[in-house]
Ligand binder design. Structure first.
Ligand code: ADP
Ligand code: MG
Length: 341
């Protein structure tokens, strides 16, 4: 059913498309919009006649609040009920991934403009404050994947060799060696996020390029247990986590001049996006047995294995530039998203 809301028993993966407004520099260059929405049919039309239908579509006037309420709130509820959740932002560089995920410059952004992460954090701590009978432990970690190598953004001292993706006996994915910080309030989470962002952006002059070519995975893990006086012996504690993923830019690197190191880099990055597309597409195929979901193909899919499919809820938000200049990339992104449905 494509009626823009979640239903119980729905497939665990939902696909949203968000088209940003033209930016002032694009208006200045007189670029035209080549994408429009048919809101009540959840359709996106690019160019004259390419029509795509998704679970949710958001146009240039969509607000951060709306995107949060429609796509993310159900995942937060599910997190507090003990299930894992993942949200990805997919799209070319400049399409609005970071704006939508909301992982950067949080303190300086107006409250209405805040993206998904700060809203989810606020709602989580609100939930915690309203459930005094439950002991919550909240932890955060922040990992970057660049050229199929992991980097701990909360502890740059940790070397690549010391980070390992493992699956424990219960099927939970863990990154052995990564720092997890226990947090008590929303401000602490935001501080850690900003600290990781600073780590992500400092270093060589190539860092801007690097950050558009890497995947950033910010994870909030919660552990809940009834307080002693309410506890019944049979009741175990519940653990769940929410991954917020700002993916590498999906743009095809130009064929010319794309040799050597640059070429290897683009192949490895695209292999992560490719693997993710394959996993999500396999999850949407009812004939596919869970044993055949190709999680092992890339680091990103290995890390997210316990949070994609099964009881986990996933939303992929495909971000699109409306500009005529970006027609080819936008069409590619819509095709990728369409395969994921
Ligand atoms: P990406 O992370 O995909 O490279 P950004 O999130 O940095 O892209 O967005 C590129 C520019 O577009 C930024 O200046 C951002 O503020 C603006 N932008 C993106 N999405 C929207 C939106 N929905 N409404 C208004 N401005 C947006
Ligand atoms: Mg970005």
């Amino acid at each position: 059913r494509k009626d823009g809301v979640w239903h119980g028993g729905d497939p665990s993966v939902k696909v949203a498309v968000r088209v940003r407004p033209l930016l002032s520099k694009e208006i200045l260059h007189n670029y035209q919009e080549c994408v429009r929405l048919v809101q009540n049919a959840n359709q996106v039309i690019i160019g004259k006649d390419h029509v795509f239908t998704f679970d949710f579509v958001f146009g240039k006037n969509s607000t951060q609040e709306e995107v949060y309420a429609v796509c993310i709130k159900p995942l937060l509820v599910s997190l507090t009920e003990g299930y894992n959740a993942t949200v990805f932002a997919y799209g070319q560089t400049g399409s609005g991934k970071t704006y939508t995920i909301g992982g950067e410059h949080i303190a300086s952004v107006a409250v209405d403009e805040r993206g998904i992460i700060p809203r989810a954090i606020q709602e989580l701590f609100h939930h915690i404050s309203e459930h005094r009978n439950i002991n919550f432990h909240v932890k955060v970690s922040y990992i970057e994947i660049y050229k199929e190598e992991l980097r701990d953004l909360l502890d740059l001292e940790t070397s690549v060799k010391d980070l390992h993706i493992r699956e424990d006996e219960k099927g939970n994915t863990v990154i052995v060696g990564s720092k997890e910080f226990e947090v008590e309030c929303a401000d602490e989470v935001i501080n850690l996020l900003e600290r990781g962002n600073a780590a992500r952006h400092t270093g060589t002059t190539q860092m801007n390029k690097r950050s558009s070519r890497s995947h950033a995975i910010f994870t909030i893990s919660i552990h809940q247990k009834q307080s002693a006086e309410y506890q019944n012996a049979a009741q175990d504690s519940i653990s769940s986590k929410f991954h917020f993923v700002d993916l590498a830019g999906s743009e095809r690197v130009a064929k010319t001049g794309n040799t050597g190191e640059r070429f290897k880099e683009s192949v490895k990055i695209n292999s992560g996006l490719f693997a993710l597309g394959n996993v999500i597409s396999a999850l949407g195929d009812p004939k596919r047995k869970s044993a055949h979901i190709p999680y092992r193909a890339a680091k990103i899919t290995r890390i997210l294995k316990d949070s994609l499919g099964g009881n986990a809820k996933t939303v992929m938000i495909t971000c699109i530039s409306p500009s005529s200049l970006d027609f080819d990339e936008s069409l590619n992104s819509l095709k990728y998203a369409n395969r994921a449905k």
